[in-house]
Design a protein around this ligand. Sequence first.
Ligand code: TPP
Length: 655
Amino acid sequence: MSSSKRELLDLYEAMQRIRRFEERVSEQFAAGKIPGFVHLCIGQEGVAVGACAGLNPDDYITSTHRGHGHLIAKGGELDKMMAELYGKETGYCKGRGGSMHIVDVGLGILGANGIVGAGTQIAAGAGLSSKVRDSGQVVVCFFGDDASTEGMFHESMNLAALWDLPVIFMCENNLYGQFTPYEKHTRVPNVAEKARAYGVPSVIVDGNDVLAVREATDEAAKRARSGGGPTLIECKTYRWHGHMEGDVYGYRTEAEIEQWKEKCPIAGLRSRLIAEGIASQEEFDGIDEKVEAAVAAAIEFAEGSPDPDPSTATENVYAVESRSGVIPESDEVDQLPMAVAIQQALREEMERDESVVILGEDVAIGVFGVTAGLLSKFGGNRVLDTPISENVIAGAAVGAAMTGLRPVAEIEFGDFLTCCMDPIINQMAKLRFMTGGQVRLPLVIRTNTGSGFSAGAQHSQSLEALLMHVPGLTIAVPSTPRDAKGLLRTAIRSDNPVLFFEHKGIYFNPGAVPRGEYTIPFGSADIKRPGTDVTVVAIAAMVNKALSVAERLAEEGISIEVIDPRTLVPLDRQLIIESVKKTGRLVIAEEGCLTGGFGAEVAATAAKEAFDHLDAPIERVAARDTPVPFAPKLEQAVIPGEDRIEEAIRAIVGG
Ligand SMILES: Cc1ncc(C[n+]2csc(CCOP(=O)(O)OP(=O)(O)O)c2C)c(N)n1
């Protein structure tokens, strides 16, 4: 690959910008001016610059905790980066991200990431988005050698290979994972060999030779753009500083460090170009001066910038939803099971908006029949049958949502959410906030919840309350076909990540579903039955149980108000408080375990906001704090039935 003098000097300048930026960061950190964890890539600049040199401005990169070099190489502004490191309002993420989490969506920088391996999943999602939109964009996914021992890496490689995604997996093998040599963490001598297991072509290059990295990337990018799928490039390199600033653990010898300093990528290019007569010493000195001034200006900018205002600390947890977009229901209804109502919502939203795609295990066939038939209608580009890889299903949904799609990912059973906690808790719930509001995460995770089928403790849990503890997520738990359809439409149109829990015990219960387009807003509870003596707040399958108890007790003159919050987050606390103020008695019914359950949150709200109106202790009905048993009799003993709701009501009305 031939290069003009200008191109070669640009490569030099880009590496030098990274080097001097980080050397000055190191000084400022030592001076106590930069807080947090700071991981420097000094010595590795050839990888970042070689990989980004041939990319188009709209191509994507995903980065790591050691990301400054990648971001600068992709065009990141030194001022905003430095200000972010200082935790200033003028930083890339308004001081919400810091060194490990810088993002510039406008430059295709989908983020440094504090979670080792997470970038591989986001890259797979961005690659999917590029493929579905047929945009021709490639994704360079930087990762360290030790990320290749994370499960996320393997699921991402497999998915990218399977779907021929335009992703270049760019391994920076700096020989250490934190404080341990690579060979102590794996039996496979080269990361490149791991790619072969997934049918992905791979190559090993000298990461300190910027031209070699650029050439390998160029070839991989051509393959990716022409539909040839992913490539893994393993760049052998070395970091001169410790794992993080302040690392004094002494796990490497001085001799080893010195030996690698001899192979400096920047000095190497400089002496080569001088020796070949391409550029002079003076020209390099000129570039160095320019870089020096830019870095000094960045420090001045950061130091002169304001701190974020503490009163804004909770901004950007959620994108603002437009309530004015609520579409009212028609009076004409059809009787449909919930599974069909959900399918209708999916089909109609996919017809309305071509950025809506479905991905998940066996979605072509449709577990519980929900997605059946969508593949033949919308094709394999929009209904994507995935391998059994929950982590990358959710992680790819994050990357796809950041880059223009509205993915609806299905996790086959709610219990398997445990296999994708990183993308849910650390990525989709955090990225809008951590990027200072730069990204939207318009994605839905559909899954089922609940028990009743002798499916055992790993296919019967109700985990919705567990996730209420994570700011950034919206949690919907419909109890009727009508609510399921209207809420799912809202979820798909939302700019926030929504976890949509469908109780498997009520999938096939028919109910009235309004004809035509309608949406149900989040945070709007529904009074399923009005009453005056006791408020029962119930969710999912407990709503019907509460309604039958209410029907029975009405014959005895006990008037029960049944409230279904429909979304646990946001929670319509106001409607519940008003009801409790009216009835003076509260029962909360859920199928999840008692301890730390949804009911605890509602009880605390009522105790605070309606204390003077309560005529009796608050009662909670929930599963016993036990895994859900297999034998039907045992399962019934653990999961609350109508009898326990009735008991709770009688305990506080004295009947
Ligand atoms: C999921 C996760 N596990 C552990 C860590 C702690 N940690 C941060 S960096 C790191 C080492 C990563 O090594 P590698 O991927 O080779 O990248 P390098 O630091 O060498 O650039 C570890 C273990 C983390 N941030 N995320």
